[in-house]
Design a protein around this ligand. Structure first.
Ligand code: PMP
Length: 305
């Protein structure tokens, strides 16, 4: 993976190689950081880079900050502006991933959230596909459980909670799967290691509710809106049982990194007839047009660099 060119760090834009923290940094030891993940899409016809829904991403980022008592002197608008300033210096003419991170920056021993200094960094790097074959993904059901709201809130993108995601991902990968779905402590499907999940049953698009320990995904919200408005589908948020994904007609993963991917096998069982279905195919196409600024109706989600 290519390294970022520059970073917003300690209040200014510096070469990425100068954006360094000490090994004693609180966040590095205790996971006391929150992050975001946005994408910028290069539109080749218009020769423009569009950031997708930055205000919504930064609203969630600031909510994650509140959960960890991180106090940034910023609004969604000012964070979007910082990101655009950085991207203008970077000058990327390709698809990118943008990573804002807010962290407890003191080089101090001692678990807590209070009386520590909060810092912010943002950087971007070239980024393509996250899963190698997004139209034929094979997942398993993880033997790990999703972090619970009363353990580490999954609705915040808390750095420490990504040890849970990493356990889920690596065990699935080493067992030969592309990714895994993970259950709540009650045994309902929550989400993937770093993506939300949807299933189609009898023509209805169903996704777990925000109370089932999911990250409240921006892509999830986007797909719900596109499915309702453009495909005329009924979209329902309700708990999903483990065995429902063995008998559903289609299964989709959504997220900034994974975008919209079709799961065609769960635990070696074919989903539907084992190939991407019509809802997945239509949503993938629609999503790509929308994020690249090719659909005027949703142009308000594309912020030009
Ligand atoms: N769940 C988890 C655990 C994630 O890390 C992500 C990626 N940010 C998502 C879901 C998808 O969220 P979004 O669509 O906002 O990227």
């Amino acid at each position: 993976m290519a390294l970022p060119k520059n970073a917003y760090f300690r209040g200014k834009i510096v070469p990425y190689s100068d954006a360094k923290v000490g090994v004693g940094t609180h966040a590095l030891h205790y996971g006391t950081a929150v992050f975001g993940g946005l994408r910028g899409y290069w539109n080749e016809e218009r020769k423009k880079l569009f950031v997708f829904r930055p205000l919504d991403h930064y609203r969630r980022f600031l909510q994650s900050c509140r959960l960890l008592c991180i106090d940034l002197p910023h609004t969604p608008e000012s964070l979007t502006q910082l990101t655009l300033d950085l991207l203008r210096v970077d000058g990327y003419q390709e698809d990118i991933y943008i990573r804002p991170l807010a962290y407890k920056a003191d080089e101090q021993i001692g678990v807590r959230l209070h009386d520590l200094t909060d810092e912010l960094t943002i950087f971007a790097l070239p980024f393509g596909l996250y899963l190698k074959n997004p139209t034929a993904v094979h997942v398993t059901i993880s033997s790990w459980r999703r972090v619970d709201d009363n353990t580490i809130p999954a609705r915040g993108k808390v750095a420490g909670a990504y040890a849970n995601s990493s356990l889920i991902k690596t065990d699935a990968y080493r067992a030969g799967f592309d990714d895994a779905l993970v259950l709540t402590n009650e045994g309902h499907i929550s989400e993937g290691s770093a993506m939300n999940v949807f299933m189609v049953r009898d023509g209805v698009l169903i996704t777990p509710p925000v109370t089932d320990n999911i990250l409240e995904g921006i892509t999830r919200r986007t797909v719900m809106e596109l499915a309702r408005t453009e495909l005329g589908l009924t979209v329902v948020e309700r708990p999903i049982d483990r065995t429902e994904v063995y008998i559903c007609d289609e299964l989709l993963l959504t997220g900034t990194a994974v975008q919209v991917a079709a799961v065609t096998k769960v635990d070696h069982r074919p989903v539907g007839n084992g190939v991407m279905g019509p809802v997945g195919e239509k949503l993938r196409q629609l999503f790509d047009d929308v994020v690249r600024g090719r659909n005027a109706k949703y142009a308000h989600w594309n912020v030009e660099v």
